[in-house]
Design a protein around this ligand. Sequence first.
Ligand SMILES: C[S@@+](CC[C@H](N)C(=O)[O-])C[C@H]1O[C@@H](n2cnc3c(N)ncnc32)[C@H](O)[C@@H]1O
Length: 415
Amino acid sequence: MRSGSTRARIRGKVLAGKRRRRYKAAMSNASVNYFVTCAKGLEEVVADELRAPAIGAESIEPGSSGVYFSGDRATGYRANLWLRCGVRVLQEHARATVIGSEELYEWARGIDWPALMKVEQTFSVDARVWDSAVTHSKYAALTIKDALCDTFRDKKGARPDVNVHHADLPLFLYLHRDVAVLYRDMSGTTLHKRGYRDALHKSSLNECVAAGMLLMSGWDGTTPLLDPMCGSGTLVIEAAWLAMRRAPGLLRDVFPLMRWPDFDKKAWKEVRAAAEAVALQEPPALLMANDIHGGALSLAKKDARSAGVERFIRFSNKDVAHYTPPEKPKLVVSNPPWGERLQPADLEADWKALGRFLKGHCGDADAWILSGNAEITRHLGLKSERKYPIRIGPVDARVIHYRILPPRKAPEVSS
Ligand SMILES: C[S@@+](CC[C@H](N)C(=O)[O-])C[C@H]1O[C@@H](n2cnc3c(N)ncnc32)[C@H](O)[C@@H]1O
């Protein structure tokens, strides 16, 4: 038989468990501030993604190379699973005005670090500092790291290790005009790594930029789409997932957020199940991809297979100068070589051939072309509708929209 004190202890534990669950439920519904990073130029596209019902975020505010938003914990989970153009989703944990490194350290010492991780887990700290009394980003990061380790040593007698690339708790500090904001990085490995690609074609387009081009074009997934210079196929693979309304994070099963003490497994499962439920079995439209390079095409097929979409794409291995698509496209998206990473013998000839192909085979279609070289782009011989600046690594590139005119009717000859 249990003694009265054992019963009281068990009841105490049960009550503590109930309190913990109630607290967790309350925190799940509490509004949290987030910041999602993205390529400069894609902020408005990311804002639209956040606004869409699949994520349903609130207080959306595009910034520079990222977008602020808020929502409950599940909103953050949906953002990780659904964002096609976002790079990493950061969840705000603490904010304060701190002037100088001593204040930064004291503030960071006040954070309950053992509530955020176990001592056996790993962490990393990245910092960006502008217009503040603390002037060095690395020094700011080191100050946060010291405060975290000192707190752990005081409270637990040991400190956790740093893991720069795969930390359980990746931290970001933004210090702007002496306002410090500490974020937990929910995504870890950047979200462009969808999980369908292990080898990188040397000129593979970043998945987030590819998805950005597709979303900018306003394509609804129901009309034939073609990439006549597809390389490793990023644009058509992303197009297939977009047309299938497939959440781009579904293939990934590792997110740091899953290793945090406040991870809400039930909410995560619900968010995943909802995403799985809305995905179509196949894209409603034909997708076509072509490349002159057999090796690139094999890679495209392999990646498309990993993404589960190979059978929906009609691949061909032709010089665009001699290519006739199996169906007339309504949307052409492409990232032709522009000489930044590839050095083809005759870039000019490639762009001229692409221009002739567009005029000859894609009348009445829209073309969205990525270029990082204005000089070479003019060889397309087409007048653009609009150019959208986008930053890709060190390159100030442009996504250029062209409207290809329908073929002219031959004049009627009167007899
Ligand atoms: C910048 S890469 C495309 C990268 C691609 N978006 C990806 O994600 O991997 C340019 C591609 O154009 C192809 N290309 C160049 N000239 C071509 C031509 N005349 N006809 C067809 N493809 C061509 C190259 O083989 C190369 O794979």
